[in-house]
Design a protein around this ligand. Structure first.
Ligand SMILES: Cc1ncc(COP(=O)(O)O)c(C=O)c1O
Length: 391
């Protein structure tokens, strides 16, 4: 049954659906990846402030493509620095491409990796830093960005939960070698399922296009590259040259039509979510709950409710109160908490010890998130806070 206060409400509007219906009424509508996808990619690039974007089937597909390309660029393998507080596909994509994940604990004020730990974890085997901007917070620092640039280590930003967040007035997702977004239903905006891979690097853009689509050469718009392959492989049909062992991770015109319309309202969505977050934290009892987050530049995904102290009793009472008052929540915050506790990682025997990541452990056992979305109004936020504060 739908909760009184769910994680998300009405993220696909009547107008989005009407636009899809209009398209379906055309005589012979294109439904596969086509001109609407191109239009959405261009509009997204403009909104984000990057040169190139590639529309894919999910945020996880975006993660898979970025790690598969890093693998193609580093066939010898190596280490990728990752957070324990993230989504499964941020770690799975690393493993699936034969890299070793090297974990760094989070900074409790941003929930993203602690920059000091990331820089300390860099070795001559590091081939990338795969940072997650968690729950709408900006996870970047100047020090981290400058240090990675100085050492020529690619930064890959996962912005799936943080559309519109900014670092020093510039949108996150514009700082890395590439950045990944999700348009899953509960996110800031949706295309039902969907994602985007973004970059300013032309050569990388061409690879992303090919990796999205079977590794097919004809997906590049780089004619010189096409001619080079055609000359090297004269025995192949040019329409079927597979330059990379890749995937089909394309999205379609229906998703693009919804995405184009949703994008028009995204700045307002970010503003509304941010205003809700301000109200939530202004009302929250700072004796029991953590309030010292770095809110600057944040574009809140969900209300992060983290106990100030390790208190199992309080956590239990909080869960009971939320259940009784029909307030939906997700324990452990992003991705269910500490990934190192998950079976898929245990099976790899990497010798990881969850307790070595104390800040993530705290969020895992004493943290959760509650839905925030533009149609959640001030009265509702006050009601949620009065339940939480009374625990
Ligand atoms: C940080 C992060 N990365 C990646 C994803 C995966 O996105 P998708 O559900 O579109 O595959 C999610 C999903 O919510 C996420 O929170």
């Amino acid at each position: 049954m739908m909760k009184k206060f769910p994680l998300m409400r009405n993220n696909i509007a009547r107008q989005d659906l009407d636009l899809v219906i209009e398209h379906l009424k055309l005589d012979d509508p294109i439904l596969t990846n086509g001109p609407k996808c191109r239009e959405f990619e261009a509009a997204w690039s403009k909104w984000l402030g990057v040169k190139y974007s590639v529309f894919v089937s999910s945020g996880s597909a975006a993660n898979l493509i970025s790690m598969a390309i890093l693998k193609a660029e580093n066939p010898q393998g190596g280490e990728i620095i990752v957070p324990p507080l993230t989504w499964v596909s941020d770690i799975a994509s690393v493993i699936q491409n034969g890299f070793t994940p090297v974990f760094c604990d989070i900074n409790p004020t941003t929930l993203a990796m602690n920059d000091r730990e990331v820089i300390a974890a860099i070795t001559d085997r590091t081939v990338g830093v795969f940072l997650t901007h968690v729950q709408g917070f900006n996870g970047l620092t100047d020090w981290l960005v400058d240090e990675l640039n100085a050492r020529s280590i690619p930064l890959i930003e996962d912005v799936c939960e943080s559309h519109g967040a900014e670092h020093k007035g510039k949108k996150v997702g514009t700082f890395g070698y590439m950045s990944n977004f999700s348009f899953y239903y509960a996110h800031h905006m949706t295309t039902i399922e969907g994602g985007m891979v973004c970059t300013d690097d032309e050569a990388l853009y061409q690879k992303i296009r090919m990796f999205r689509s079977h590794g097919m050469l004809r997906e590049t718009t780089d004619i010189a590259l096409q001619n080079e392959f055609k000359a090297t492989y004269p025995d192949l049909n040019p329409a079927f040259i597979f330059a990379h062992a890749a995937y089909n991770l394309r999205n379609n015109e229906i998703g693009a039509i919804i995405g184009l319309n949703q994008l028009k309202g995204l700045d307002q969505i970010v503003a509304d979510r941010t205003a809700n977050q301000e109200l939530f934290f202004s009302l929250l009892d700072g004796e029991k709950y953590q309030k010292d987050f770095l809110f600057e530049g944040s574009s809140n995904y969900a209300f992060n409710l983290i106990l100030k102290n390790k208190d199992d009793e309080l956590m239990k009472r909080l869960e009971v109160a939320l259940d009784e008052n029909s307030i939906e929540y997700r324990k452990g915050s992003a991705g269910g908490g500490n990934q190192i506790r998950q079976p898929y990682l245990k099976d790899l025997n990497l010798g990881l010890e969850p307790r070595d990541f104390q800040n993530t452990e705290h969020v895992h056992f004493y943290g959760m998130y509650i839905g925030n979305f533009p149609t959640l109004n001030a009265e509702e936020i006050k009601e949620i806070c009065s339940v939480i504060n009374a625990v």
